[in-house]
Write a protein that binds this ligand. Structure first.
Ligand code: SGN
Ligand code: CA
Length: 541
């Protein structure tokens, strides 16, 4: 009842806020929110030039601000999106993992923008299982979507199948909307959401042709044996050599796996290949087969002589060729959208954000995927351009989180954020005036037991340390010295040298759990709910 009353009041105030803007004639900014899926900051040249050049994504930082310590609250797809939309941690918005449904009674910032006179549109991957609220227009991929000839759920025409490559299609939809459907009397919020570079990493033809011949520098921890850390790192199923699919991921044709006697890494290994590459039309398939067929031929020749170490090295190169090949198309798409804004006088008062739903392992610790609180998956890329407000070429190293987006966009639009949102507006930071509002970030991951088998954990991250509690079928604490041990290889929880730090961090963590309204009771409730889904056979391993 109280909630309803609040909502009623909030709705009543909306026209007032809107009117006050009209009278002041203040021009509210447009917002283009670009998010890709699983895009590691290691694979953006504004962060590191070791792997790939991404000149278009970099432009956003060159003309705006680069955040070097942006991080997530729960490193997995749909939960990250729910945090972004609601401005609330997973335990409060209820979307704790990819399985739980998104509770559509949550108020999301696009609903508030729309109610306050913004035109809103979303194109690409949402991954919620239900359609987004607060959008005048959307064309989204069902679930994970497909790289080739993808299906879309559209607001106006129901399900539609497109011919072509997903990243290019999402870019075309976005630009077409800007060109043809924009209401020039309103500011807009546009969500441009890529599926790439999510697993199973199939680049566009123009990119796989060149990327398949490239060689990349290996990370120093590619052969990590997980010594010095607890059970969770040792039991995770994210290893390039042992858990990556030979057909589905590395594109060894199923018949060649049979020929060489290579067993499937997972029961869906070959099936996955057939379901993804199998979607190509004859023309697309012919080109794919000619390029990947040559790679298969060489692999058949070399495989009998390969040691386990050689296989790991080979798999790393194969992984990077396809993963980075997918990013090449994202970078081109971003360039096209930026050019459109420029050519149409939309640059000055448009906030352009580039981010990912989380970070990703590119062979560090021998891993792919995400989920862990460790840096590669805890941190996420964030680049923001807003020429009217942000000084070109600025850098920020604060621990900002995906939790902050909702309040940031509402603030930029002059809309008061609901008081139960848990982030902070980044607008003062954009203005170069932001003080450090977060000396510790709170993190909580839930999806276990499930695919990749990363144990449930929560923790706190400060500039210097990381304290983590793995729970459910273990009860293990880990402590990392982020400055002395940049690769997070040594758990110092039981090192007496860290006794006082440990105590301090425990106190800080307990306080943060209270501040954000997380608790053991909630941990238990979510475990019970998860078990119900498991019993119904809904959990994917
Ligand atoms: C699929 C992937 C996993 C991935 C999850 C979640 N396997 O299950 O590797 O961790 O999605 O990803 S796949 O063989 O089906 O690609 S998320 O980005 O949606 O959270
Ligand atoms: Ca993701």
């Amino acid at each position: 009842m109280k909630k309803l009353l609040f909502l009623g009041l909030a709705l009543l105030t909306i026209p007032v806020i809107f009117l006050s803007f009209k009278t002041k004639k203040q021009k509210r900014p447009n917002i283009v929110f670009i998010m890709s899926d699983d895009h590691a900051y290691q694979a953006i040249s504004a962060y590191s030039t070791k792997l790939i050049q991404t000149p278009n994504i970099d432009r956003i930082a060159k003309e705006g601000m680069l955040f070097s310590n942006a991080c997530v609250t729960n490193s997995i797809c749909a939960p990250s999106r729910a945090v972004i939309l609601t401005g609330k941690h997973s335990h409060l918005n209820g979307k704790i993992d990819n399985y739980f449904p998104f509770d559509t009674t949550n108020i999301t910032f696009p609903q508030l923008l729309q109610a306050n006179g913004y035109q809103t549109a979303m194109f690409g991957k949402l991954h919620f299982g239900n359609n987004p609220k607060g959008f005048d227009e959307f064309q989204i991929l069902p679930d994970q979507g497909h790289y080739y000839n993808p299906d879309f759920i559209t607001k106006k025409e129901g399900k539609k199948t497109f011919t072509g490559y997903v990243t290019d299609i999402i870019t075309d939809l976005t630009i077409n909307w800007l060109k043809n459907d924009r209401d020039e009397d309103k500011p807009f919020f546009l969500a441009y959401l890529h599926k790439a570079p999510h697993r199973e990493w199939i680049p566009a033809e123009r990119h796989y042709k060149s990327y398949i011949n490239k060689t990349f520098e290996e990370p120093t921890t590619l052969f990590d044996n997980y010594e010095g850390r607890g059970t969770a790192s040792k039991t995770a199923e994210m290893n390039l050599l042992t858990h990556m699919n030979w057909a589905g991921d590395s594109k060894i044709f199923p018949e060649n796996m049979d020929l060489l006697g290579i067993p499937e890494s997972h029961s869906y290994d070959k099936q996955f290949f057939n379901g993804t590459v199998g979607r190509m039309n004859p023309e697309q398939r012919k080109s794919f087969d000619s390029v990947y067929g040559k790679m298969n031929g060489e692999f058949i020749k070399n495989y009998p002589k390969m040691t386990e170490k050689d296989k790991m090295k080979w798999r790393y190169q194969r992984y990077m060729q396809d993963y980075l090949g997918c990013i090449a198309a994202v970078d081109e798409g971003v360039g096209r959208v930026l050019d459109f804004l420029k050519d149409n006088n939309l640059e000055e008062n448009t906030i352009v954000v580039y981010t990912s739903d989380q970070g990703f392992y590119l062979g560090e610790h021998g891993w792919f995927d995400k989920r862990f609180i460790f840096d590669e998956s805890f941190k996420t890329p964030l680049l923001v351009r807003w020429p009217q407000v942000i000084k070109a070429g600025s850098k920020n190293s604060q621990m900002v989180q995906n939790l902050d987006f909702a309040q940031t966009f509402l603030d930029a639009a002059g809309i008061k954020a609901p008081s139960d949102m848990q982030g902070e507006s980044l607008v003062p930071i954009f203005k170069g005036k932001g003080k450090n509002f977060r000396d510790a970030a709170y993190y909580h991951y839930y999806e276990y037991p499930s695919v990749h088998m990363v144990k449930r954990h929560y923790g706190i991250v400060t500039e210097k340390y990381k304290l983590v509690h793995f729970y459910y079928d273990v009860d293990e604490w880990e402590l990392y010295d982020r400055q002395a041990d940049k690769d997070e290889l040594k758990n110092v929880y039981n090192d007496p040298k860290y006794a006082s730090i440990k105590k301090e961090l425990h106190e800080k963590l307990a306080k943060l759990r209270v501040k954000y309204k997380d608790s053991e009771a909630l941990d238990k409730m979510y475990i019970e709910k998860y078990k119900e889904l498991e019993a119904k056979g809904k959990i994917f391993r």
